[in-house]
Design a protein around this ligand. Sequence first.
Ligand code: FAD
Ligand code: DLZ
Length: 508
Amino acid sequence: DNKLILVLGDQLTRDAGALKGTTPADTHVLMAEVADEASYVRHNRHKIALVFSAMRHFRDELRSLGYQVIYFSYEDRAASLPDALDRALKQGTFDGISCCEAGEYRVQQLLEDWSRQREVPLHWVPDDRFFCSIEEFGAWADGRKAMRMEHFYRVMRRRHGILLDDDGQPEGGRWNYDRENRAGWRGKDPVPLRPELESDETTREVLELVSARFPDNPGDLAQFNLAVTREAASEQLDFFIEHCLERFGQYQDALAEESDWLYHSLVSMYLNIGLLSPVETCRRVEDAWREERCSLAAAEGFIRQVLGWREFVRGVYWLAMPDYGERNALQAERDLPDWFWNAEVDLRCLQQALAQSLDLGYAHHIQRLMVIGNFALLAGLSVREVCEWYLAVYVDAFEWVELPNTLGMALYADDGLMASKPYAASGKYIQRQGNHCAQCRYRPDRVTGENACPYNSLYWAFIDRHRDTLEGNPRMTLALRNWDKKPVADRRSILQWAEREQDRLLGQ
Ligand code: FAD
Ligand code: DLZ
């Protein structure tokens, strides 16, 4: 037996997928750093460095276990994954080729096309890194008028016995502690300093490569501080559980001038490339609660994100592809302004969220959803351009998770498949959640006139522009009623001001 297994850059595990149960002596592994994958969007340099360095470390681990690894590094100039496969096939004869299902539809198609054209069968191994398979999600969704995460999440909790008592009921008597997760952070609690990670020789080489070969991509590599092995990623999770988890739930929705990440876990990238498993991650958090190292609300709040949201978005992606990426329910077409790529904008909350996204490849959920996403939604920015931006800038961005979150949750372009209402909010929401407004030149209590926070007038213009779509949605009734209650003259001046602000900010 002499199999060839293609391992993609986000499949770096032996415990699942195509490498599970293989014997090193009769398995060849192919891994390739290829130009096409490194450039299909203008990836953040942190993301390329993470993927390449983690791939190289995984290659070394496999070799030390006796696997024969064919590895093309970026300087070997393989143009694409099909090109790497062609080259590998010239190096030997194999009994069969397999690959764990690709995370992105695009890559799946690319490899299927290659297999058809070359008439070389490619055996797909299901990606069992998730709690819920694509088929299982399809069965759950089948016949439902609306898919709601909360319902899916309860089914998952039951099916996997997570945070359940001996009678199979939710621990603490409730499924959801979201109401306890809404606090604004006002500097009362200290934010733990994150450990600084030492780069080894392999990572240093990759950082040099990325900085030389991707000079125009976003990302300040001097601030690179990511784990590139399973062990190191696991230590990051430990750090989170020990120092941040208890306050994670409480401040999950908070925005802060002083911190780019507050109490967030910073583990999405490791989950997404296979360095951490979601099952193990949830179990470790559940154990922390059972050992009284955190409250139930904190553990539940975190587990809901990983067992609930993460699995739900993956299910939606595979159910709705390939045409999901084309959706644009609110006909949003305005060009993305240049400041999305340089953070030169004078709204304080946006400036900070964009700057850290570009420099580090990280922003937490509320920054992505309610600061950047909310602005894009209210301003009617092009869905395609916004989705591409998110796919490029974040270290954890892979289309299966990025697209439903951006197109569906943030931009409501799927007409409510992901979210039961648009996440549209005025400056008052941003003020409530954090302390950016106090430092900002704009005032959240003003709707029109100099220094009025642009989120306010844009919010009302959004409600007005989409009233026909929003009318049937009970969760939007209050917003529509508040708009209708305003005197006609006020409405007119708000809309005029919004248009002026939109043109000014978008440079049109
Ligand atoms: P924490 O806040 O500590 O949350 C814990 C974990 O829960 C995360 O690591 C992540 O694995 C999971 N999680 C939480 N929310 C979601 C969600 N909505 N969807 C999927 N997983 C979730 N996440 C990505 O992994 N890749 C993306 O490309 C991505 N793009 C996004 C785009 C937009 C517009 C929005 C609103 C959200 C996006 N998210 C994405 C989800 C979420 O914002 C990130 O997972 C999270 O901010 C990562 O930081 P963290 O690890 O510190 O997460
Ligand atoms: C994101 C990424 C990058 C930057 N580079 C590579 C690469 O060189 N080789 C590879 O196998 N994968 C890479 N990836 C991940 C893929 O682009 C893709 O997102 C995932 O495999 C999901 O299908």
